[in-house]
Design a binder for this molecule. Structure first.
Ligand code: NAD
Length: 483
């Protein structure tokens, strides 16, 4: 099987290549088979992308927001019309089951383009009366924005960054993860076909080094990264050296708190969604599942029963609901954590093994009797490993839930809504859920606090992160001066 793209990069409205760049093998996670090769961007390719973006941005910003938005909304319609093909490509890129990609990837990218396309015409400033004088503000684009993606949602991440950036009148250069380089090229092609002028959305391939060269280029005004906390610290520091705007969407180790009075099946469903969707490769996952002592055994029993319904196998078969890990490297990282969990004395309740077949398949894994100091309770695993911890009371669980450097998400399951709001109010997290887990509609802000990130994606909040405000004082009378 070969899914070779037309070329490695998409710059200035066209596919381009430079085979002098380091080859990057694209591997289908379900078989381990190489399905494409792309080349990392050489410095000449990076320069070409920045020159194109810089040139195109000025004219784009001069268009009305309504005109810009119309193009984004057209792209959203085209993405929806091609959803099946794009979902299959997403499945080849990531290994995620088609059952998921058909509803969660291109569709959520289209949502972002539609939403921000709709907002583009209403990005206005304000009028501030000052007696006879007045101030007006203008919301201006930042200029050239760089987006750097993780490998778990390659289409969605490209769209979540491109849509608000373009709506605000910026140009974007997007570097996908080297593990999943295919989907963003397709997004670029569709935006171009929808009428986006050349140079406004460019895709360059490469490892961290290429990302680094984009972040440090003085012609770049903003960097939005989706990635791990260690990468975020490096990119944030590099951007700060030139006082660039940043959005950091980073990792987490989020708490999901289940009280005794919770609806058992809903709580189990929330824990499954928050640990095993996309084979657990979701930043906001609630991987520390705190279950109140009275419900613990019933919870584990029901969870174990429902895990029997996991259909693991060929991701292109729509009956499959649990796919492989994205890469052999990620499989080995996660398998290492499973070994650590056992060595630390956590009780393996379910799963834990690699499947004896080609591809990077790992069973959905549940550990119980996990304590707060175990490595599997402290570090982001980014795989299908749920840690179940017991707790007795509300104050205790809030303190333990907050005892982490991360702060991306948090969830609470209880029928007592007063308690639900009280507990959520005290949890240190950016994206929270009550009697649900991992919903991410484009209308709601998404992002983390503490080490999990800076800024927000989606919703009107994202506009603040892709634009800046100019204020203009207008004096109607004479200027008074001391001399
Ligand atoms: P990663 O940090 O290894 O890489 C992310 C991206 O950064 C890649 O494109 C990589 O090439 C690039 N990169 C690496 N070093 C760089 C450098 N020095 N300068 C510039 N770019 C550099 O992350 P990953 O393994 O691809 O993805 C998994 C991580 O992403 C997890 O921690 C997960 O939680 C996080 N994530 C967060 C969100 C969110 O929205 N908060 C969403 C998805 C994934």
């Amino acid at each position: 099987m070969q899914i070779q793209p037309k070329a490695s990069h998409f710059i200035d409205g066209a596919y381009v290549d430079d085979v002098a760049g380091t080859p990057i093998a694209v591997v289908y996670p379900a078989t381990g088979e190489q399905i494409a090769t792309v080349h990392a961007a050489t410095p000449a390719i990076v320069d070409q992308a920045i020159v194109a973006a810089k040139r195109a941005q000025k004219q784009w910003a001069a268009m009305s927001g309504t005109e810009r938005g119309r193009i984004l909304r057209r792209a959203a319609d085209m993405i929806r019309a091609q959803n099946r093909d794009l979902s299959i490509l997403e499945t080849y890129d990531t290994g995620k089951p088609l059952q998921e990609t058909l509803v969660a990837d291109a569709t959520s990218g289209a949502d972002a383009l539609e939403y921000f396309g709709g907002l583009a015409g209403s990005l206005t400033g304000e009028h501030i009366p000052m007696g006879e004088d007045w101030v007006y503000t203008v919301r201006e684009p930042l200029g050239v924005c760089v987006g750097i993606g993780a490998w778990n949602y390659p289409t969605q991440i490209a769209c979540w960054k491109a849509a608000p950036a373009l709506a605000c009148g910026n140009a974007m250069i997007f570097k996908p993860s080297e593990t999943t380089p295919l989907c963003a090229l397709k997004v670029a092609e569709i935006l171009c076909d929808a009428g986006l002028p050349a140079g406004l959305f460019n895709v360059v391939q490469g490892m961290g080094e290429v990302g680094g060269s984009l972040v440090t280029d003085p012609r770049v005004d903003k960097v939005s990264l989706t990635g791990s906390v260690p990468t975020g610290k490096k990119v944030y520091a590099a951007a700060a050296a030139q006082m660039k705007h940043v959005t950091m969407e980073l990792g987490g180790k989020s708490p999901l708190i289940i009280f005794d009075d919770a609806d058992l099946d809903n709580a189990v469903g929330g824990a499954i969604n928050g640990n095993f969707y996309s084979s657990g490769q979701v930043c906001s996952n609630g991987t520390r599942v705190f279950v109140q002592k009275g419900l613990k055994e019933a919870f584990l029993q029901r969870l174990t029963e429902r895990l029997q319904n996991a259909v693991i196998g060929d991701p292109l078969d729509e009956a499959t609901n649990f796919g492989p890990m994205v890469s052999e490297a990620q499989l080995n990282i996660v398998a290492g954590y499973i070994e650590k969990g056992q060595a630390e004395g956590a009780r393996l309740v379910s799963g834990g093994k690699r499947l004896d077949q080609k591809g990077w398949f790992l069973e959905p894994t549940v550990f119980a009797d996990v304590s707060d100091d175990m490595i599997i309770a402290r570090e982001e695993i980014f795989g299908p490993v749920m840690a179940v911890l017991d707790f007795e009371d509300e104050d205790e669980v809030i303190a333990r839930a907050n005892d982490t450097e991360f702060g991306l998400s948090a969830g609470v399951f209880t029928k007592d809504l007063t308690r639900a709001h009280r507990v959520i109010g005290k949890l240190e997290a950016g994206s929270c859920f009550i009697n649900s887990y991992n919903d991410a509609p484009v209308e709601a802000p998404f992002g983390g606090v503490k080490a999990s990130g800076v800024g927000r994606e989606n919703s009107k909040e994202a506009i603040q992160h892709y634009s800046q405000v100019k204020s203009v004082y207008v004096r109607m009378g004479d200027v008074e001066a001391a001399f």
